[in-house]
Ligand binder design. Structure first.
Ligand code: IMP
Ligand code: MG
Length: 197
């Protein structure tokens, strides 16, 4: 398996700055001074921290949670809201932020939940997008990187709760969807310092 996929911390930060510039322009142009930025827990926590620091205007921060992956790497086709929006968003500009859009089911569930509260507008920024995995149509307004159908970890994204703390993004070593049993024999050490996964 010679395919590699690696986004360094610098590359991620640069991309977020560019996208934050575009997001700022959009809301300034539309005349929204206040934006409610809603992250999907847990994967978006690092992205949220970096994004809101690069945003202009008055920023409110909230998090929602959907029951999605059950610990591993299989997507849940029917995710439920576990934690809903806690801030008032009626007539507000809402920006939904996620780490990665895969099948689209989680995001679709969150968009429906948010829209029920009658915000003025709903936009979506995802750092990573796996377009080939899409099962439901969701509109993405800002995308950091389109990625192939491979399981990635780092910068908030986990495998069985691990590796969210990495400042970069890389492939989950040796794990392929076609061979899920392999994860049991996975070597846990080489993730942090090697660049060849
Ligand atoms: P979806 O409902 O299938 O779009 O799943 C989206 C969620 O699954 C993301 O927000 C992630 O939390 C998780 N996810 C999808 N692909 C990956 C991956 O490659 N690595 C880590 N988490 C992933
Ligand atoms: Mg997520």
């Amino acid at each position: 398996m010679s395919e590699t996929l690696y986004y360094s911390s610098d590359v991620i930060q640069e991309r977020i700055k560019v996208i934050a510039g575009s997001i700022n322009n959009y809301y300034e142009h539309k005349g929204f001074q206040e934006i409610v930025v809603i992250g999907l827990m847990n994967g978006s926590f690092m992205l949220m921290a970096d994004l809101v620091r690069a945003m202009n205007g008055i920023i409110y921060v909230d998090f929602v949670k959907v029951s999605s992956y059950k610990g591993g790497t299989t997507s849940n086709k029917n995710p439920r809201m576990q934690v809903g929006v806690s801030l008032p968003i009626k007539n507000k500009a809402v920006l939904i932020v996620d780490d990665i859009i895969d099948t689209g089911h989680s995001l679709q569930t969150v968009i429906k939940h948010v829209r029920r509260k009658h915000p003025a507008c709903v936009k979506v920024f995802t750092l990573l997008n796996k377009p080939r995995r899409r099962e439901v149509e969701v509109s993405l307004n800002w995308v950091g990187f389109d990625v192939p159908n491979k399981f990635v970890i780092g910068y908030g994204m986990d495998y069985e709760g691990k590796f969210r703390d990495l400042d970069h993004i890389r492939l989950l070593l040796r794990f392929m969807e076609e061979a899920p049993g392999k994860t049991e024999s996975m070597d846990k050490r080489p993730f942090v310092n090697t660049r060849d996964t």
